[in-house]
Design a protein around this ligand. Structure first.
Ligand code: ADP
Length: 170
């Protein structure tokens, strides 16, 4: 089956796919950055489901409704906080992308959009994070049946050009 990986610059809360991924925290408590934007745009039903779920360990993923978002579902994954690179950050970041896609597959979803997990407040170096994201998504997609398309939604031009370069989309 044909798989598609796309890169766009923009706001993930406006993207119409089966699920958008949120860069959440372990408490699923909402916060700033993309997490705050998703809860603001999606409304209170997302947080209500987060409270029922309770928490999510770093590297894992959970799913909620998408509230008022154009996306049907939100996959909340928790990226690692960058602390120099010797705290299993790379492994945990790869797990975020892999586990989000596996969860999407379990729900038989086709089109998934990711933000640049951990590259905001959590401080992960952007180029290294993009390399892990692209490699993990390419590797995981090969083994999935339902998930056909992944969109990397970059909030800034720097990330957009890093991703386009990593994917050979220039
Ligand atoms: P983390 O805590 O995982 O670093 P952040 O939300 O601080 O999460 O940042 C993750 C990435 O999401 C950053 O690259 C940031 O620029 C980006 N971002 C922030 N708001 C949005 C948005 N509305 N849509 C897409 N990406 C966003």
């Amino acid at each position: 089956m044909n798989k598609v990986i796309e890169v766009i610059e923009g706001d993930i809360t406006t993207v119409q796919v089966d699920a958008i991924v949120n860069a959440a925290n372990e408490q699923l408590a909402g916060g700033g950055g993309v997490d705050g934007a998703i809860h603001r745009a999606g409304g209170p039903t997302i947080m209500a489901e987060c409270r029922e779920i309770g928490s999510c360990p770093t590297g894992q993923a959970v799913m909620t409704n998408g509230g008022k978002l154009p996306a049907d579902k939100v996959i909340h994954t928790v990226g690692p906080v960058w602390s120099g690179g010797n705290q299993k950050e790379a492994e945990l970041l790869a797990s975020c992308y892999r586990n989000s896609l596996i969860l999407a597959e379990e729900y038989q979803l086709k089109r998934i959009a990711f933000p640049n997990i951990s590259t905001g407040v959590y401080g992960y170096p952007k180029k290294e994070a993009a390399r892990i994201a692209v490699q993990t998504v390419e590797d995981t997609l090969r083994n999935l049946d339902y998930v056909e398309e992944v969109v990397f939604v970059c909030f800034d031009e720097e990330n957009e050009s890093i991703y386009k370069e990593s994917l050979g989309h220039n």
